[in-house]
Each structure stands twice: as C-alpha cells, then as structure tokens.
Design a binder for this molecule. Structure first.
Ligand code: 3PG
Length: 196
C-alpha cells in the first residue's frame, strides 16, 4: 500500500494484452497491479504480468476459498476481496500472503480487527459515503489503514490521499476500455505522481 499511491484495478479480457499492459503501468510508475477474477483470462493474465520486471501482481475480486486456492497456485503476491468473511479471511491470513479485504462499515472493520487485520479496502468508496464517511469511520479505529476503491478518479484521489489513514487508492481509471498502452503509461505516470 505504500509502494505507489494508486493500485490499478484491472479487468483483463484477453491474456495476450496482459504483459504489454503491465509493462506500460510499471513504466508509468505503478508497480502494484490488481488483476480481478472477473474474466476467464485473469489467471493467465496474472502469469503474464508476473514476467514483467518490477511488477507486484495480486488478485482482486477473490470472494471464496476455491478462488483463494486458485490464485495461490498462480503465485500471487497479494489478495484483494470486495468484502470480509471469516471463512475466506482465515485461510488467507494463515497463508501469510498480504490480504486487503473490503470494508464499508464499523462492523466490517471490527470483524477485521478481531482477525488481526488492520489494513482494509474501503469499498465501494464513493457510494458508501465518500471521504466524509471514511473520516467518521476512521475516528474510532485509529489503528486502521485504508485503500479507498470504487468511484475514485484522478480528480478525487488527492483528497482521499491527503487523509492520513489512507495509504493508497484503487481504481480502474488508469486503464480505460480501448486505451492503448501509450495512453495507459501516461495515465499511470499522472497517477504515480500523486502525493501519498
Ligand atoms: C473494484 O473492483 O475495486 C472497483 O470496481 C473499481 O472501481 P472503479 O471502477 O470505480 O475504479
């Protein structure tokens, strides 16, 4: 979460695009790459992206233990989930792989703290009340750190990142549908230059 200010959330339809895309992102300064398990190409895309020097490749949208096993076999370096269930969290914690589960309210954060977790994805960030909601939530949970994701953009990211418990933000804006790799590299460069 401290490696780069932005974690690109990637939905990859064609694994053949994965490696050049990862190269563009890393060249632009974004090394931490979240590949969502929303497409059939995701596992192969992870393998392709891992070949890129400097890339730190994780899996996103991991929602059950079968997917957890699948991404561990793919040797991911971190796991992101949109939510937090004990059933999924416990085996991930036991494995030692960095885990960023989604939270949207106080109960979610308390369940995470009970499990020994302190770093969370605040999801879906904008529709869960935005920065105002996160500020209210973070107050009683002084030990918690967050990566807001969902509706974050280059325009709103600086406000999120200026809030101390926010270590980074996540978003798909760096890889718009149909964008070429030169454009992605430029968007990554802008995102990587945000202060955090
Ligand atoms: C996610 O999967 O974390 C979000 O869908 C990304 O949200 P965004 O597309 O609004 O950036």
């Amino acid at each position: 979460m401290r490696t780069a200010p932005v974690i690109p959330v990637l939905v990859i339809e064609d694994a053949a695009h994965a490696r050049p895309l990862a190269e563009a992102l890393v060249k632009g300064g974004l090394r931490v790459l979240e590949v969502t398990l929303r497409t059939g190409a995701a596992i192969e895309a992870i393998a392709e992206m891992k070949k890129v020097e400097g890339a730190i490749v994780g899996a996103g949208t991991v929602v059950n233990t079968d997917q957890f096993k699948q991404v561990m076999d793919a040797d991911v370096e971190f796991i992101v989930s949109p939510g937090l269930t004990e059933r999924l969290a416990q085996p991930i914690i036991n494995s030692g792989v960095p885990f960023l589960p989604g939270v949207a309210n106080a109960g979610d954060i308390m369940r995470g703290l009970d499990l020994g977790l302190t770093h969370f994805k605040f999801f879906p960030a904008e529709t869960s009340g935005g920065l105002k909601a996160l500020k209210a939530l973070a107050a009683p949970f002084y030990q918690a750190k967050f990566c807001p994701t969902g509706g974050v953009s280059l325009v709103t990211a600086p406000d999120w990142l200026a809030f101390d418990p926010v270590l980074c933000v996540g978003g798909s804006w760096v890889t718009p549908k149909g964008a070429g790799n030169a454009e992605v590299e430029q968007l990554a460069r802008e995102a990587a230059s945000l202060a955090h």
